[in-house]
Design a protein around this ligand. Structure first.
Ligand SMILES: Cc1cc2nc3c(=O)[nH]c(=O)nc-3n(C[C@H](O)[C@H](O)[C@H](O)COP(=O)(O)O)c2cc1C
Length: 352
């Protein structure tokens, strides 16, 4: 346990999960200020936005924090004009319902990893966490030279071993209970669905680097179980997303509160890649239309109407990512949630 806290320079082995598109400086800073590791998801951020975000984080916390990047898998591709039009035809009623014009295809869907990494490296966060693969050798070497700890994310034992062999310093073992995208990179996500109870001990047996358990942990019982299974820390998403410091809007919070353990689905409908969330109207209708543009085009397309739906409190037209433990996510304050999670850490001193 001490090994992970020492490695990350933190007091409690509790990591706030990064939320691509939905991280907030307030929540990241709250967790870092309370002795955990706050993470901030940089999905889709260009260099300017990365620099601005890092400055805001530094102003809000003197503690270490993690910046999170999605690595390219080689499966990303632009939608053909036909694919773009076909998906837009399915989504058009949502644009009409929200009074939004139909978008034209952009010149690019996402910033490149090189652009993002150059900005992250200049910011020198204490930790960089990645999903969807092993960081390129040069990136790892530059990170280590700059004193940045690198955390990889595995959905299977094989991925954890591949990440360790690739040189990362710690690994998140992400069970299929977790909210958001399944970040598998060796086999298809649908063929890499391992629950946390099976995944954590097998990853802990297979690697020497510290294992951080993610997926289904929302209270001190989950933390204690993760440690009993061999984890050195936990990464918690859904339960933190429910707190007032998060960037989730009211409809998203309400969906977390209302969700029962069997309510979530894995769907490509909103982004083109499988992710766990609520089966709202958009998910049901897009799934039944069966027309989904490839990633990242589908994510970009739904991203043209989701913010407006969020602003109007319409949960049925958002990406309501949430995990199977949503029913345990009862805390409205991140500090109180962190204190509850710390109670599950073996040998942790009582928090005030
Ligand atoms: C809205 C949302 C966005 C997420 N985006 C990312 C991301 O960009 N990168 C990442 O590593 N994990 C991402 N995750 C996963 C979380 O960081 C975390 O690992 C996961 O939520 C843990 O499982 P739990 O929800 O059961 O606690 C996301 C989760 C949510 C809810």
């Amino acid at each position: 346990m001490g090994d992970l806290c020492d490695l990350l320079g933190i007091e409690h082995p509790i990591v706030l999960g990064p939320f691509g598109g939905l991280s907030s400086v307030a929540l990241t800073a709250a967790v870092s200020n309370a002795g955990g590791l706050g993470s901030y998801g940089l999905y889709g951020y260009d260099a300017d936005r990365i620099h601005r975000t890092a400055a805001e984080l530094r102003a809000a916390t003197g503690g270490p924090f993690a910046l999170n990047l999605w690595l390219p898998t080689g499966t990303e591709r632009d939608a053909t004009p036909q694919e773009f039009a076909a998906s837009l035809a399915v989504l058009a009623p949502y644009f009409a319902e929200l009074g939004l014009p139909l978008p034209e295809a952009p010149s690019r869907y996402l910033p490149t990893l090189d652009e993002q990494w150059e900005a992250v490296l200049r910011e020198r966060p204490a930790v960089v966490s990645v999903v969807f693969g092993v960081p390129p050798e040069a990136m790892l070497a530059q990170a280590h030279e700059a004193g940045i700890v690198v955390i990889g994310t595995a959905t299977t034992v094989d991925e954890a071993v591949t990440l360790e062999n690739g040189g990362v310093d710690a690994v998140v073992a992400s069970g299929f209970e977790a909210a958001g995208h399944r970040t598998s990179f060796l086999d298809a996500a649908e063929e890499s669905l391992v629950g946390s109870f099976a995944l954590i001990p097998q990853v802990a047996d297979a690697v020497r680097i510290p294992v951080i358990a993610a997926g289904g942990v929302a209270d001190s019982r989950g933390v204690a179980a993760a440690f009993a299974l061999g984890a050195s820390g936990v990464q918690v998403g859904t339960a933190f997303l429910r707190t007032r410091q998060s960037a989730a809007n009211d409809a998203h919070r309400a969906a977390i509160s209302a969700s029962r353990a069997h309510d979530t689905v894995l769907t490509r409908a909103m982004s083109g890649r499988p992710a766990r969330g609520a089966a709202n109207r958009a998910v049901r209708e897009i799934e039944s239309a069966g027309v989904i543009a490839p990633f990242p085009a589908q994510n970009w397309l739904t991203g043209r109407f989701r913010p407006e739906a969020g602003a109007r409190g319409i949960g049925e037209l958002q990406s309501l990512w949430l995990g199977q433990a949503a029913g345990l996510a009862g805390f409205e304050d991140a500090d109180e949630l962190l204190a509850e999670l710390v109670r599950g850490v073996p040998g942790a001193p009582a928090m005030p």
